[in-house]
Design a protein. Structure first.
Length: 309
């Protein structure tokens, strides 16, 4: 069992690793941030690692309400602490799922399963079983597909090594659904909207995908599997709200699986489903989706109606 100090250090490492990958924070700034966090949170010994992660993010984003982290060069703009976004009478945050909502990743998922399960001499799961679990974190997916006795940690490492190779092949790389890139351009250009991402990928695996798609600048906040528990736990959305200063009632989450809808419900955030992903429309509605779009144009129209309110 981990000691309180070990849990605290693990939580800090998860936060710093994410920012180093996605926000490109210089190493000297990370060192100063670590010292500040250890000093500030050393009394939180009875909290779990996940609870510490959420608290860390809360501290980092409550600019003006807690002591802000001092960086090596105070004149530089810090990506670690930002003021809440104001749009006058209202703030708005639209958070997207990644796989099955923004990109078609079927080929990548199925080929990576084929290679890794073969490497570990395990029976290959059916495509239907594999795709039904998309949205959860990889370790949970593998434990369910390969069984509790499978070497899940070793398999996860194999996936991490394999993904860059498969993504380099256009046959397997994630492909944006038709119209999605234009939609993200439009939404990110709106003065009344900020965008977020909540994905079952880790930071290390989603960052290269966003870079390859040239989507990195679209998203104000990116929540990944190494900084929050797996969907449908609400931590990803709660952290996105903290990161942007947006209230739950002023946010919308868009996804393609029941895990997405359940996560939104748990975070008290409105949800919208898309029918072109991995779970059918009726399942999304039953899981709590307030609306299900069948086309990107329909999604755009509904989002525009919300922005015009």
């Amino acid at each position: 069992m981990r000691t309180p100090e070990e849990r605290l250090n693990a939580a800090i490492n998860r936060i710093l690793r994410t920012w180093a990958l996605i926000k490109m924070v210089p190493e000297h700034q990370l060192s100063m941030l670590r010292l500040s966090l250890v000093e500030r949170l050393s009394e939180q010994g009875n909290m779990t690692q996940d609870e510490l992660v959420v608290l860390l993010l809360k501290y980092l984003h409550q600019e003006g309400r807690v002591h802000t982290v001092k960086l090596a060069h105070p004149h530089q703009d810090s990506c670690l602490s930002r003021a809440p976004i104001s749009t006058g009478n209202r703030v708005k945050l639209i958070i997207f799922d990644f796989d099955g909502t923004l990109v078609d990743s079927r080929s990548l998922i199925l080929e990576s399963h084929r290679i890794v399960f073969s490497e570990f001499r395990l029976p290959l799961p059916s495509p239907a079983d594999s795709l039904a679990l998309v949205g959860k974190t990889l370790d949970l997916i593998l434990a369910q597909l390969a069984g509790s006795t499978a070497p899940v940690r070793a398999m996860v490492k194999a996936y991490d090594l394999l993904l860059p190779q498969l993504r380099a092949d256009p046959v397997f790389a994630e492909k944006p659904f038709d119209g999605i890139t234009d939609l993200l351009h439009e939404l990110s250009s709106s003065p009344n909207t900020v965008l977020g991402l909540a994905t079952g990928h880790t930071s290390a695996t989603v960052a290269p995908a966003l870079a390859a798609l040239q989507w990195r600048d679209f998203f104000r906040t990116v929540q990944a599997a190494d900084t929050a528990p797996s969907k449908p736990h609400p931590a990803m959305l709660l952290q996105a709200l903290e990161a942007t200063g947006v209230k739950p009632e002023d946010a919308l989450f868009i996804g393609d699986t029941t895990y997405d809808m359940e996560m939104a419900q748990a975070a008290k955030v409105r949800s919208m489903g898309v029918s072109w992903g991995y779970h059918k429309a009726e399942r999304l509605a039953a899981a709590g989706a307030h609306r299900v779009a069948s086309t990107v144009d329909e999604l755009r129209d509904h989002l525009q109606s919300l922005l015009d309110d």
